[in-house]
Design a binder for this molecule. Structure first.
Ligand code: 6LW
Length: 502
């Protein structure tokens, strides 16, 4: 019997979509402003998942070079049809609604074609596209009608509900004006639509309630992929709102037949911590829950926590970089190179406050985590950082005659400094649960920033981790731990990351 681990994918992997092809499952998630973009994981048992590649590995496939914070690759749908993998996604505030194909989910994927409106060449306007075909081969693209216009009012964004167009995939042109479909039970932000033909009926499953604590999944059924649809009597099918469950914000799901022909739902969630479970340090992760059927309606079980054990990653930079490394609005090969057994970062005048920093990182995947890097700062300045975005980050930096710890929370910057002339040293950046009495409120975790100087580990600063959580940063992404350069050249000799979910 399959063991369903939760999180299924640790660290920021929101908006999961899954498809079964033969004896394997392929799972795609959002990647926002990071490149390579749109990671694809593969499993043959739904227990062990391997990152097999990304959809966007070449310049131009996504237009994220200048997207605002949080823009970029939002919410893919991955499907398999007529021998090809298909993936649709909105490159939010970038290229628009895109359709990618590949023979092999590991890639290479196509350049990405813009899905355009029926009477023009601009993108169909909406997010969270789904792609489905009926028996005649008609292609339906169903999406969430959030209008991401330039004047988007975050307090009252324009939302047209769930919409649909049929599309000619040879020209990538919509064949009609968007039609409105069933849009849930009336909660805000109907989105993440997915269409399924099951036992002769068509099901439309959506997320509603917003991706925060009110997140939910609802479903409707009809005789046609174009509707009309009738909502399930048991909606919402799943929500953690107002529950004491350790996994919150559950929503944005995709159904699939899993091992042993058991239906499963992959969905996003967060693991908030503090006295009132207020702060989700890692962002939105991928989870899974069993599905049963009754009277023609699916029932999704509440998501139960079942973490895998801890992990230890030791990188040998003499080897090619693996696919877990990501950079901000640029590809990793544009910000880092390898020289012998060292990773080399060469500053270009940017800092982590900029849109395209010289930064190469990996998702933080565990609530308790420590990364140690051995660096040679030969006349340069740089170090190790945890990045949420340009305005929320923690840095541990060497090269200016001191090791400097820096916490950036919006417009507030706090620094600590420990003088040293050492330019070859180990930096340690840990996040650990708060120790001792922390009062009623508590926090998610505490950062500990240290360096090994003259053979001694010296803690330079500790800092409340709540300020790098998805709630405080209002971020769709999550923590990324990486190395960076702001002056000259920084050589990284070693990288050891250890974490667990205790
Ligand atoms: C995604 C949508 C959402 O497209 O956030 O809040 C967007 N819900 O489903 C990015 O994750």
């Amino acid at each position: 019997m399959t063991t369903l681990h939760n999180p299924l994918l640790n660290g920021f992997h929101p908006d999961p979509s899954v498809v079964r092809v033969g004896d394997a499952w392929y799972l795609a998630t959002s990647s926002f402003e990071y490149l390579p973009g749109i990671p694809i994981h593969r499993s043959t048992d739904f227990e062990t998942w391997e990152l097999i590649g990304h959809v966007a590995t070449r310049p131009g496939q996504l237009g994220v070079a200048e997207v605002p914070t949080g823009g970029g690759a939002w919410a893919p749908t991955i499907r398999h049809h007529d021998g090809l993998f298909h993936l649709v996604i909105t490159d939010a505030m970038g290229r628009g609604m895109l359709h990618f194909t590949a023979e092999d989910a590991a890639g290479p994927w196509s350049d990405g074609d813009l899905i355009t409106v029926a009477d023009g060449d601009e993108s169909v306007f909406g997010i969270d596209p789904d792609i489905a075909w009926d028996a005649d081969g008609t292609c339906y693209v169903t999406f969430s009608g959030l209008q991401l216009s330039g004047d988007l009012n975050p307090n009252a964004p324009t939302h047209l509900g769930i919409q649909q167009v049929t599309v000619d995939l040879t020209t990538h042109t919509a064949l009609e004006e968007p039609r409105s479909l069933w849009s849930g039970t009336g909660l805000m932000f109907p989105e993440a639509p997915h269409l399924y033909e099951i036992d002769g009926a068509w099901y439309l499953m959506i997320a509603e309630g917003g991706t925060e604590r009110g997140h939910a999944i609802s479903i409707a059924r009809g005789d046609s992929p174009a509707g009309p649809f009738e909502g399930a009597p048991g909606n919402p099918l799943v929500s953690a709102r107002s529950t004491p469950r350790p996994i919150q914000n559950t929503g944005h799901g995709d159904l699939v037949v899993g091992p042993d022909d058991r239906w499963l739902c992959v969905l996003l969630g967060v693991r908030p911590r503090s006295g009132t479970r207020a702060f989700s340090a890692l962002g939105r992760e991928t989870f899974v829950s069993p599905v049963t059927w009754a009277e023609g309606w699916p029932q999704i079980a509440p998501v139960t926590l079942n973490p895998r054990g801890g992990t230890r990653v030791e990188v040998d930079f003499a080897d090619l970089l693996d696919d877990e490394w990501i950079a901000v609005r640029r590809l990793p090969e544009e910000v880092a190179s390898r020289d012998g057994d060292a990773l080399v970062l060469t500053a270009d005048g940017s800092t982590l406050a900029d849109a395209q920093p010289v930064f190469l990182g990996r998702r933080q995947e565990h609530l308790t985590n420590e990364v140690t890097v051995g660096i040679d700062i030969a006349g340069g300045i740089g170090g190790l950082a945890v990045r949420y975005d340009e305005r929320f980050r923690v840095e541990l930096e060497a090269g200016s005659g001191a090791v400097v710890a820096r916490a950036v929370v919006g417009d507030i910057v706090q620094t600590w400094s420990h003088p040293t002339a050492q330019t070859t040293l180990d930096l340690h950046l840990a996040s650990r649960p708060p120790e001792g009495a922390v009062g009623m409120v508590g926090t998610s975790d505490v950062f500990h920033l240290a360096a090994t100087i003259d053979g001694q580990r010296v803690e330079i600063a500790s800092f409340d981790g709540r300020f790098l959580s998805s709630e405080v940063t209002e971020s769709f992404t999550g923590r990324v731990v990486g190395v960076y350069a702001v002056e000259g050249t920084v050589r990284v000799r070693t990288w050891i990351a250890e974490g667990d979910d205790e």
